[in-house]
Structures are given as structure tokens and as C-alpha cells.
Design a protein. Structure first.
Lengths: 404, 116
């Protein structure tokens, strides 16, 4: 019974924590510009994420190592500097976009311009990290994030053509705006396969003291939780396709996305969207700030734990404090949140090989995984999707920039 | 030797530059899409505001953004190399969209929901 409850809680928190500013923005853009046509990208991203999350949990449960510490130990410090720097810079950018999402939610409700909310959003996140435990951060924010299920209800009520939705699971070529199609596909993949999530997940597994008996629970939780989470992202895409595409509205600003639930839910839809955006982004901001601190502390061999008192893990605490301040500063300077989001998601996709290839090598090393090493299916699926994301990224990012 | 190492990057850069340019017809279509998108956004916001589905502050700000974006389009159309007949057509359509946006913004500013 305990295991079943664990699985249920794991699935619920995975669903509640799945949507964040990146998946919301990219799915909404995809639906508005290309209808259901980019559902395949959400599906591929989710499949890849299922494999990767399962792997990072398995690594932690079997080897008792977090991803960052195993990578540093296995490949040496000079090599580890590359993912460390990439993760930190990317983490800062992603954090800025998540904090931007929280601020935009406040702006929608109050009318006060979003940059003014940055200190409050970052301060709130910092206070929760300072005072809270890992369990509170992980489960609390994710349970509140269940508000995002509202997109599934909206999709259902709009009566989409289910055969067309199902047909879009298979990739197809665009009929117009090839560069934009590729760029949005890359951004969706980057939003789905977020490396910070892997560092967060493996650190969480070590914080929760997982062992080999947790491997099956981890497998079921990753598969079901992320699958249901992927359904949320698909629901956003479907609603966007049915609300914006027929009106000819392309998503160039977050303000436009706020209209997404109004045809189905009226005034309540506007505030539900603001609530979903704010809560989902706040939960993700907590995870990103913690991930940067985890990677840095584990990389340099400092003491780390979200459950430790701040003075007992002072450098770990300092990293998330500085990261949150940096993220807030970017928002405070008034950078367009949608532009930061899309840029950070596309860069994530381009940098995926740096984060994922060493991880795959680790997952095939019996010194860490003993008899729990990766099977060939997992290796092929992850390599294929990461390779596709990388190729799409190096082609479509410059094309999109050149095309304005 | 050094050149040999560089050729994949050079080929990639060449491909990107070759594919990155847009024909005048593509540029015109892009301007049409952008203008129509912002005009429809203004209509959507206006209707939602009339029905009381969005707060006035949101409607005001989004309509102001719409007018800014349409003004950007105006500047782009004026400077980009486009066929003259198309430029004229685009500017006329843009004027209509801006007039609609301004009337909606005025209605929201005055708090007059019975705009029609």
C-alpha cells in the first residue's frame, strides 16, 4: 500500500509540475501557428523525458550518486566544467523566464507592469527555499500546479477533431514558414527535455535516500507522471489551435496567450490562466534555482541539501540566492519574457548533447549501475531524439534570427 | 589543414545565409500575417472586454501593445524593399487596423462598453 501511495503521489506531482513557462509558451505558439501539426514534437520530447528522468532516478537509487557528482567523478573536473558552465548560464536564463512568467501572472491580475513584480517573485522563491524542506518544495508546488489541468478540461470542451489530433503524432513537413516551424519544434523539444530537471530529480532522489528497491517505483512514476504531463502540454496546443488559429492570431507576446481560455470559460478562464501561469512558473523557478545550486555544490564538492539549515550549507544557499537575484535582475531590466523563454528553450535544445551524452555514458557504466545499466532501446531513443533536436537547433535558430 | 577543419562550419554558414533571405512575395505575406494577427488580437480583446471577460487594465495594455506593434509594421513596410503596389496595399490595410485599434483603445479608456 505504501508503494502504491508513493507511486500515486509521484504521478500527481509529476503532472502538477510538468507545465512551466517554456512548455506553455511553445505549445501555445505551435497551436496558433500550425494547428495540431507540431503535436509530434511534444510527444517526442515527452518520450525522451520519460527515459531521461527514469535514468536519473535509477542512477541515484543504484549508485547513491547525483548526476552532477557522478559526472565529475567519472569524467574528471576539467571535463565537468563544460556542463557546469552551460548548466549555470542556461539555468540563469531559464530562471529569468520562469520568474518572468510569475511576474506576468501578477501583471495580468493587477495591471501593474511585470518588471515591478520581479523582486517579490524572486524574494518569495528565496524565502521558500530558505525556510522550506525538499518535500515542501517538490510536492507543495507540484500539487498546486494541478490547476494546469484546466487546459485539459478546456481542450475537451472545445471538441477537437480527435482523428486529426492522433494523426499529428506522426511528424509532417510544414506547408508554410519552414524556419518558424523548425524553430518552434526545437523550442518544444528544449522545453520538454530540460536538463535542469534531471539534476533536480537525481538530487531529490539522493535527498529522499532512494535505494535499489525504489527502481520499479521510479520507473512507473516517470512513465505515467511524465505521460500525463505531456498530455497537459498537448492540451495547451489543442486549445491554442482551436482558439487562435481560426482567428489568424499568432503568438508574439504573452499578453495574447492570456486570451486562451476565455472562449471556453469566460472571465473565470482569464483568471484561471493567470493562476496556472503564476503557480506553474513559481514551482519551476524553485526547481531551477535549486538545480543550479545542486550542480554547483556537487560539482565543487561543497555540502549541499535543501533539508539542511542554510548556515550548515552556506555556499549552496549562497548559489541559489545569487541565482535568484540574477534572474530577477534580468526581469527587472524589462526583457521580453516570451523572447527570453523561446531563446532559452532553443539554446537548451542546442546544448542537449553536452548534457546528455556524458549522462548516457554514465548510464552504461556497470561501476555505477551494476546490473541496472541501460538497455539498447533507451540508448537509441535518447540518442535519436537528442540528435534530432541538435540538428534542428543548429539549422533553425540562425534561420529564425535571419528571418526576424 | 586548418581550412579542411573549417569546411563544415563554412558550408553550414553558407547554407544558412542562402536559405535565410526572403523573397518580396514572402515578405509581403509575412507583413499581411502580422498585421492580421494584431488586428484580430485587438478584436478579440475588445469583444472580451465588452463582455466583461477581461479586466480593463489588461485590455488597455494589450490594445496599447497592438498599436505599438502595428506602428512597428508601418516602419518596416516603409523601409523594406517591396513592390510599390504591394507597399501601398499593405499601408492601407495597416491604416484600417490601426483605426480599429485606436477606436477600441478609446472605448476601453472611456469605459464605454456599448461601443458599437
Amino acid at each position: 500500500v505504501k508503494k502504491i501511495l508513493e507511486i500515486a503521489l509521484g504521478i500527481v506531482t509529476s503532472i502538477g509540475g510538468f507545465l512551466e513557462v517554456g512548455s506553455l509558451a511553445t505549445s501555445a505558439q505551435a497551436g496558433a501557428a500550425f494547428g495540431y501539426q507540431l503535436i509530434w514534437a511534444v510527444v517526442l520530447g515527452t518520450v525522451c523525458l520519460i527515459f531521461l528522468v527514469e535514468m536519473s532516478g535509477r542512477l541515484a537509487a543504484v549508485s547513491k550518486h547525483t548526476l552532477a557528482s557522478a559526472m565529475r567523478e567519472r569524467f574528471g573536473y576539467p571535463f565537468f566544467t563544460v556542463p557546469l558552465v552551460a548548466m549555470t548560464l542556461l539555468g540563469l536564463l531559464v530562471l529569468a523566464s520562469e520568474l518572468g512568467g510569475v511576474c506576468l501572472a501578477f501583471q495580468l491580475v493587477t495591471g501593474v507592469p511585470f518588471p515591478w513584480w520581479a523582486p517579490l517573485a524572486a524574494g518569495g522563491a528565496w524565502l521558500l527555499l530558505w525556510k522550506g524542506t525538499f518535500g515542501v518544495i517538490e510536492k507543495g508546488a507540484s500539487l498546486l500546479g494541478l490547476i494546469t489541468v484546466v487546459f485539459v478540461i478546456a481542450a475537451w470542451k472545445l471538441h477537437p477533431s480527435w482523428p486529426s489530433v492522433a494523426a499529428s503524432v506522426l511528424p509532417s513537413l510544414p506547408t508554410h514558414e519552414n524556419a518558424r516551424y523548425g524553430f518552434i519544434a526545437v523550442s518544444i523539444l528544449g522545453a520538454s527535455i530540460a536538463p535542469y530537471l534531471l539534476y533536480f530529480y537525481s538530487s531529490g532522489a539522493v535527498e529522499d535516500r532512494w535505494n535499489e528497491s525504489d527502481v520499479p517505483v521510479n520507473r512507473v512514476t516517470a512513465a505515467l507522471g511524465m505521460s500525463f504531463g505531456g498530455i497537459l502540454a498537448i492540451a495547451v496546443l489543442i486549445v491554442s489551435a482551436l482558439v487562435f488559429l481560426p482567428r489568424g492570431i499568432r503568438i508574439d507576446r504573452f499578453d495574447q496567450v492570456a486570451l486562451i481560455l476565455i472562449p471556453v470559460m469566460g472571465r473565470a478562464g482569464f483568471f484561471l490562466f493567470a493562476g496556472a501561469l503564476g503557480i506553474a512558473c513559481f514551482g519551476a523557478a524553485l526547481e531551477v534555482a535549486l538545480s543550479v545550486a545542486y550542480v554547483m555544490a556537487q560539482g565543487f564538492g561543497w555540502r549541499w541539501s535543501e533539508d539542511a539549515r542554510p548556515r550548515d550549507a552556506a555556499r549552496f544557499t549562497l548559489v541559489y540566492t545569487v541565482t535568484l537575484a540574477g534572474g530577477a535582475l534580468i526581469v527587472l531590466l524589462g526583457a521580453d519574457p516570451l523572447a527570453i523563454t523561446l531563446l532559452s528553450m532553443a539554446l537548451t535544445a542546442a546544448l542537449l548533447p553536452i548534457a546528455i551524452v556524458p549522462f548516457l555514458l554514465l548510464m552504461n557504466d556497470p561501476r555505477y549501475l551494476r546490473d541496472h545499466c541501460n538497455g539498447w532501446i533507451g540508448n537509441i531513443v535518447v540518442c535519436g531524439i537528442v540528435g534530432l533536436a541538435f540538428v534542428l537547433a543548429i539549422v533553425s535558430i540562425p534561420l529564425e534570427i535571419l528571418g526576424g | 589543414m586548418r581550412l579542411r577543419r573549417c569546411w563544415p562550419f563554412a558550408a553550414w554558414a553558407l547554407l544558412v545565409v542562402a536559405c535565410g533571405g526572403k523573397s518580396p512575395a514572402e515578405r509581403v505575406a509575412e507583413h499581411d500575417r502580422t498585421r492580421a494577427s494584431w488586428e484580430q488580437t485587438a478584436r478579440f480583446v475588445g469583444t472580451a472586454w465588452e463582455r466583461g471577460a477581461v479586466p480593463a487594465a489588461y485590455a488597455r495594455r494589450t490594445l496599447a501593445t497592438t498599436l505599438e506593434e502595428l506602428a512597428k509594421e508601418d516602419r518596416a513596410i516603409a523601409t523594406e524593399p517591396l513592390p510599390e503596389a504591394e507597399r501601398l496595399r499593405l499601408r492601407r490595410a495597416l491604416d484600417r487596423s490601426r483605426a480599429l485599434g485606436q477606436s477600441l483603445a478609446s472605448a476601453v479608456g472611456a469605459g464605454s462598453r456599448s461601443r458599437k
